[in-house]
Structures are given as C-alpha cells and as structure tokens.
Ligand binder design. Sequence first.
Ligand code: UDP
Length: 483
Amino acid sequence: MATGAHQLHVFFFPFMAHGHMMPLIDIAKLFAASGVRVTVILTPVNASLFESTVDRSKAAGDPIEIRLLDFPSSETGLAQGSENLDYISNPFEAIRFYKAIEMFERPFERLVEELHPDAVVSDMYLPWTAEVAARFGIPRVIFNGSGYFSLCCLDSVRRFSPEKSVDSDDEPFLLPGLPHPIEMTRTQLPDLTKTPAEFAQLWQKIGKAESMSYGVVMNSFVELEPDYVEHMENKLGKKTWHIGPVSLSNRATIEKADRGKKASILVDECSIWLNKKKPNSVLYVCFGSRCNFTTPQLAEIAGALESSPTPFVWVIRETQTLPDGFEDRTREKGLVIRGWAPQMAILEHPSLGGFMTHCGWNSVLEGISSGLPMITWPAFAEQFYNEKLVTDVARIGAGVGSKRWLMWGEEKRPVVKREAIEAAMKRVMEGGEKAEAMREKARELGERARKAVEVDGSSYVDLSRLIEELKSMRPPSRQTSDG
Ligand code: UDP
C-alpha cells in the first residue's frame, strides 16, 4: 500500500440523498481499500449517518477521513438540520435545497486550497465542483447515480424527440438509435412543461460541467448492459469506468445493514422471520427512500398481498396507513417494516424469491446482485428506463403497468389496481415455465454481478484502471511513491 506525501489523494463529494450517498461512499471506501488517500466531504447531519461505515473502513487500516462543511439551512429558509433530500417533502422545498447546495462552492474551494487533492469525484448534481477542479488544474470525475441503459435512453429522447412522432400520450414510440427496440409512451417521459425553471437551469449547468469533466464513474457492470456500455463509449463518445455493483463491497452483515440511515428493525429479527419461510418464496416490497404512495394505492397493494399465497416483507413509511386489520390478518405470511429496512441484508437471504421495486437504480442493482427477479413499478426520475432494462433487455421481471411519470412529490398518480399487481406477482412469484426461466436468468446475472467485483473481474479491473489513470495525471512532482 502506498503511504507518504505523494500518495494519490482523492476528494469524494456526494449529493445529499440516500440513493446518491450510499453508492458514492461505497466507491470512496473501495478507493481507500486500494491504498488511495480518501477525503469524504459531508455535512454534520449526514456525517452522523455515515461515520460508522467510514470508521469501519478506517479501523481496517484504510486511509479515509471525513471533512465537514456546514449546510446553509438558515440562509435558504430551510429548517435547521434539513441536510438531506430525505427531509424535503415537496418540489418547492427541493428548489431551496438545490440553492443551498450551490452555496457549497466557496467552502469546497477553500478545502481544495487547503488539502491539495489530486482529483475530485463528485455527484453530477454538484456541477460547480467541475469549475473548482478546473481552477486548481485537477481532474473531476462525475458520479452518475444511474446505469448506462437509462443514460442512453435519455440521450436518444433528447437527440431525436421521438415523442413528437405520435398523436396521443398513450401511443407507443420507439427510442431511435439504441441497440434494442425500446418502446415508451409520452406519459412515461418526464413532463418538461411541469419542470420548474430552476431545475431546467440546473440541467444546463450539469451539461456544461460534464463537458469540463474527465469522465463518468458508473455503478454498473459490463455484463449487465454490454451493448449500452459500448453505445455510450463509442457512439456517444463518453469516457466511463464501470465499477459496480459497488454495494457488493459490503461483505460483513454489519456493513450490509449499516450503510447510512439506521434501520428500524434488526437484521437478526428479519433473519429469524425469513428463516421460517421456504427458499426463494418471499417477495420483498419496497419503493426506495423517496417514493410516497397514497393511502388508496397502499390499499390496493395490501389487497394484492393479502389474496396471494406469496409470503412478503413490505416496507412502508412511519406515516403511512394500512387498511384496518391488514397486519393481523396477514401476520403469518407477512412482515411489515415501518421506516427503514436493512434492504441489502434482506435481499440476500435465501428465502427471498422476488423484489417489487420502484426501479431506483440502486434497488435494481441490489435485486440483480441477489439474483432476484423483479416486479417493476417505476414512478419518477429515470425509473421508467430502468424498468425497460429489467423487463425488455435483461428479461428478469414483469411490470405492474405503471404508465405515468410524475415529478417526485406529486401524488396524483393513477392508482394501480390490485388485479394488475396480483397478475405481476403471479408472473414472477408463482410456478410455470416462464417464471422459472426468469428466475434462472436472474440467478445467472446475480452470479455475474458478484464475479465482476471479485479480483480480476470486469469491475475490479476498471476500478484499477481509473485509479491508475488518476495517478498518471498528477504533475511530475507528485508522481512518486505509489507510481
Ligand atoms: N434502502 C434501504 N432501506 C429502505 C429503503 C431503501 O436500505 O427501507 C436503500 C436501498 O437499499 C437502496 C437505496 O436505499 O440502496 C435506494 O436507492 P434507489 O436508487 O433504489 O432509490 P431512491 O431512494 O433513490 O429513489
């Protein structure tokens, strides 16, 4: 391991939302485990969530530390402590939140001035980090929280506007120029007319910062989406490194259970419950950290779960209400978790047989890493594209028929009826040749995911390539002890 003044030193700056922080901190830990000196930049509230995971890495002898920057809550009218998108409940507060994030530019610049890192790896939503890095003549690598497939879809839509070729919102159209025939409808695309101007400006800044950045580090593995890695690098000309699934770097149970936000149930408690169920039988139902379904929608899900023979673990928010008596009636076959579940640990349990997901990229990857087929229920962000990767390209899942993209925080989504949920559950969880084939494919893909991150696997090799490139970009005076 390299030590001393000229060890490669990289700053990691995550965007403050769980789905962004967890994978970037996993990446930071992977760098540190490879002997790179790592500084993770966090705000106090987020540091309190992540310090135990960073401390474990440090205790293992890895050169990693946290530096704090204060969050400008009061300056932007946000409540004290609202330092994570988790605490933001609607798009209007989200605008303030993004304004607060922009105010980190100067403090970040001072930190770069003080510590002289050799490179910065920062979330795409912190575009000004590219300008700061450029001012100091160091490379900035973008962390983009999604996969290759969705980025290629997004590029196709931006480039060709295929939604203009149809007459109605529900008429399907193909996304041009992609390796597979991918069909979407207008209702599944972001409604730009509803996007606040502030977000449109943010997207412009993100685009500009991309052209100033050295490349994009991707939480994906090439065996999952080989045509899209090729498309993005060769057709779209983007420099990328695929180093995932990075969650697999968490090997001990404590690491899987404690990846930031504290779970509201012990892993042991989940295991005791899951151990009583047959292998591959349980459906895990969870819609990520930000998706909020209405009470009528929860009632339809409850109806489907109650009438199906499939045992389930269902994660809901503390504030959500289930139909009267649901938990009593389903006590034998169902475990309801209120709050935050130790998702990774649950998905890896041998009793798990499927995952009903909103198709957030981390959840999709975690489902794939555990070799599970999925029931897809996209809601916002790039989730509709992720669904297509699961159902139409990898063919390891079936959708409930979610058709309407809505901005996160909007609740006027059409309710998906229990019959549609039951039908998707049957296709994925119950017997039959098609379900078996899907299950087998998912299992194989899970194996490939795990191989990718092992020594000499595709993701392991790409991570080493990225680290070597960053080392070689240092000025000659700093290219000493670690090559
Ligand atoms: N997660 C968790 N427990 C929960 C809900 C979510 O551990 O109760 C984790 C999940 O494992 C994943 C992340 O939170 O790593 C959610 O990220 P994703 O991209 O799937 O969705 P988002 O929350 O960003 O919409």
